[in-house]
Design a protein around this ligand. Sequence first.
Ligand code: GRF
Length: 191
Amino acid sequence: MGLNLGILISGRGSNMLNLVNASQRGLIKSKVKIVISNNKNSIGIDKAKRKNIKTKIINQKDYESKKDFENALTNTLKNQNVDLVCLAGFMCILSKKFLKEWHRKVINIHPSLLPSFRGKNAVKQALENRVKTAGCSVHFVDEGIDTGEIISQEEVPVSSNDDEETLGKKILKKEHVLYIKVIKELERNCF
Ligand code: GRF
């Protein structure tokens, strides 16, 4: 079953664009109904607009409280009949209340083999820990930082000459494959 996707971003939006392309090319049944950014300068928003996707900036600073900000997120997503919220570089921690409302309907992609290297600079952490295999994970979002139930992962071998940039690029390429794979799995399971 095709899902209605809402994608939340803060920055360049390569995972978002990858999902939009997959949907528009019919590689996944799901449709991207809206792309929301909490950052008005996010490059990803322009990328989405160029693909004729509905976009909206919802910035916490424009609201009196986190509750009001998240209500705006929920209302916007519900107005578009979104049934799966995909975080893709969305730099914001969502509250328990929001996640209760969207229970098992918010997923995130992270550039490490969770539970290793949660939070920021995951690629740098992997290199500092001299791992031989890095990777990426898609997980359900809970209140913690990258702590939710893992849905699927892809491994990326680390070369001795990799730096943060080269390894980051290799991981990002795999992220794009993984996010599509997970959407297809969720389409099949229909939750
Ligand atoms: C990706 O590395 C993702 O794993 C992390 O943030 C980055 C977003 O990149 N959560 P992009 O905006 O999708 O290009």
